[in-house]
Design a protein around this ligand. Structure first.
Ligand code: 0X9
Ligand code: ZN
Length: 420
């Protein structure tokens, strides 16, 4: 290789942004990593907050090019080894944002691309307009920056006493596969009703409420300013920091195990439901709690099915039912897609934390309540390429259908359904 080329490679890898994978072996290494993630310009991809860093837990750390040399030197001094998970996240970021639908050579459909917030709003309008008998767009509130929060109601018949299920996406701004899933789910429902037996059975028996983007301000911000933004965009009282983690803002054991510091990623806000986005969802579900039987919230990444509780290590009253449902979902994904999903109650499986929407919905009386963490397990993390959208969404769809059918079996008289 010629000298200028060697220099190019050297500078490129030394100074380009990278995502590192690090597994601390000792408490001292844990402390060093916590220190690095707070004092240097880095972003923790996983776990979400440095208090969850512990020995033998894999940490994914985004390190911008300008901190790279310093951060790696510190790691080396403390004997901490690292692997480069993503050598060039910028290229992947561009790939995610390139959604040129006019290019026929792209070969991907609308649902196999990521979309800007404006495109999603257009899609919501179009979907409701094109399917006036089955889809309604319901305005349930607005965001901190006054963007509308629309829920799509899918209703395929008007039998009396219909039950319902709820799916929300995009509570965390940077988890782009999540809104992509909500779009995928609606598209599948509209395309395969009366063709696929499971979705038909579900839609025959339940209305489905789908909130494609719970955190539109944050989502917009990830497209325009900071790709790693997680929270909403509300300005704290002190005015110093921005954003509340909406999945810490629900009224369930609020504040314990999260942070009241507005500068932190897991800031739970000044009081429960302080955020208009969380309040809109909570109000809607409170109004519909007699019909909604199943609550699903879509996140990424790590391939996990979580159920209550996260705020306590106590077992949910129907723990065995919930476990059976996610177990079956994970088994079917393994069988059909060869991918592994882990599962269990939140506190024991992931980490204890309060203020989450799943626990809140459960305590409201929605006895089947789940958080899905979609693909992947860290290979691309938040930068899952568009070519992986269909795989990620199809397996999540299989899980939704598996669980919804099981909910019907548990709650419905057996004669109430027909098969195709
Ligand atoms: O921490 C979260 O909010 C979720 N994980 S994520 O990496 N997508 O941020 C997990 C939520 C699990 N449920 C509760 N903690 N209630
Ligand atoms: Zn999330």
């Amino acid at each position: 290789m010629s000298t200028p080329l060697i220099w190019f490679y050297f500078l490129f890898f030394k100074f380009s942004d990278q995502v590192l994978s690090i597994t601390p072996q000792t408490q001292e290494q844990v402390d060093t990593l916590r220190n690095v993630s707070t004092h240097y310009e880095t972003v923790l991809w996983q776990p979400v907050s440095n208090e969850y860093i512990s020995t033998q837990v894999q940490v994914h750390l985004y390190v911008p090019g300008n901190s790279s040399v310093t951060v790696k030197a510190i790691l080396q001094t403390h004997g901490i080894t690292h692997k480069v998970l993503l050598a060039n996240p910028n290229v992947l970021t561009e790939m995610q944002m390139k959604n040129d639908s006019t290019d026929p050579r792209s070969g991907s459909t609308f649902y196999e691309r990521y979309h800007t917030l404006e495109e999603i709003y257009d899609w919501i309008n179009r979907t409701a307009q094109d399917n006036p008998r089955t889809v309604k767009a319901i305005l349930i509130g607005s965001s901190y920056e006054k963007r509308p929060l629309y829920v799509l109601k899918l209703s395929f018949n008007d039998r009396p006493n219909r039950k319902a299920m709820w799916i929300d996406c995009g509570i965390h701004a940077r988890e782009w596969i999540s809104p992509a899933f909500c779009l995928w789910f609606v598209h599948h429902s509209l395309s395969f009703y009366q063709q696929n037996s499971e979705i038909t059975r579900i839609l025959d028996s339940m209305d489905v409420y789908v909130l494609p983007v719970m955190n539109p301000d944050g989502y917009k911000y990830t497209w325009t300013a900071r790709r790693w933004w997680r929270k909403n965009r509300s300005i704290s009282k002190s005015g110093f920091c921005v954003g509340v983690d909406l999945n810490r803002n629900f009224d369930v054991d609020w504040v314990k195990g999260s942070s009241q510091n507005p500068c932190e990623e897991i800031n739970c806000g000044p009081f429960p439901e302080s955020e208009p986005e969380a309040q809109a969802v909570a109000n809607f579900l409170r109004r519909h709690k007699d019909t909604v039987q199943l609550y699903i919230t879509i996140h990424s990444y790590s391939q996990m099915f979580i159920f209550p509780y996260s705020y306590t290590f106590d077992q949910a009253e129907n723990h065995n039912d919930l476990l059976e449902m996610v177990q079956e979902a994970a088994q079917r994904i393994k069988r059909y897609y060869r991918n592994t999903y882990t599962y269990g109650p939140g506190a024991a499986t992931l980490y204890p934390c309060s203020g989450g929407s799943d626990d809140w919905a459960y305590k409201l009386g929605i006895k089947y309540s789940f958080t899905f963490e979609l693909q992947d397990r860290g290979e691309y993390g938040f930068l899952l390429p568009p070519s992986h959208i269909s795989g990620a969404c199809n397996e999540a769809l299989l899980a939704v259908k598996t669980i919804a059918v099981k909910v019907l079996e548990k709650t419905q008289a057996p004669a109430n359904h027909h098969t195709i």
